[in-house]
Design a protein around this ligand. Sequence first.
Ligand code: 8YV
Length: 312
Amino acid sequence: MTTVLAIGTYSDTDRAALENELAPVFANGPGDIAALPEDQRRQIRALTFMGHHPLGGAEMDLLPNLGLIANFGVGYDAIDVAAATARGIKVTNTPDVLNDDVADLAVALLIAQGRQMLPAADWVSSGNWAARGNFGLARKVSGGRAGIVGLGRIGRAIANRLAAFDMEIHYTSRREKETPGWTYHADPVSLAEAVDYLIVALVGGPETENHVSKEVIAALGPRGIIVNISRGSTIDEAALLDALESGAIAGAGLDVFLNEPDIDPRFLKLDNVVLQPHQGSATVETRAAMGQLQRDNARAFLNGDALLTPVN
Ligand code: 8YV
């Protein structure tokens, strides 16, 4: 009897591991649940979920015996956790195992934009270096002032890395935290005024929507670079595009967007950005660890054991 439904586009390795460990029925997205035969839907007790399409109460109601949604990812903003809780459904995620990779990418985006690595690489591959001489000068990143928006697990991993670059660390968070002397700002406008680099590491969801507002972006100023490795929804994207187009800020390094993967075409015309296709956790090692934790949560639930990383 199939008791597990696996939703999402899994890697071949994860798909094989899911088949081996949980023998699930597969579906591409939440929109495909309704098409499963009713007797199969009734058997489902655990759902392994991957992706960013909304999973709400209506979909949960199609699975009357569902007791667990095990998310592949630390961010679970696609899942209506309140609706799950109201139905007695537990939700788990995959925290910590991806902190290093996401923090590495944030630093890479910051340095890539600050040091103009994409245009400089083009300068070499286009033959301009030999034909036209040296590429222009970029800007120094080490020793600069960095503002971390959201000092959770990933924000802290980013701050630790930037501290090793001798950067002055400022942060904003729901509350002041214990740090090795980093400067707390109660609001993001005051944070943006104090720094040159703003690195967004918030959780997604309605609470943080447009947290990096038009005012925050304006406060960062014309030397400012914004890095976002969280969710597209955390920044007022229209205001960000306006600021990048007008030069109100210097540039951005972005891994996340609204409406991924159909991102706003205005991004494609900019020459002051480094864009990534939501790659923060996308290494072989980390994705394997995330998949393992997701399956371990599902198995624990099915065996009646304590969940490893519950969120409700
Ligand atoms: C995604 C992520 O889970 O962990 C997160 O919150 O955004 C990513 O690691 C991954 O892209 C799979 O959808």
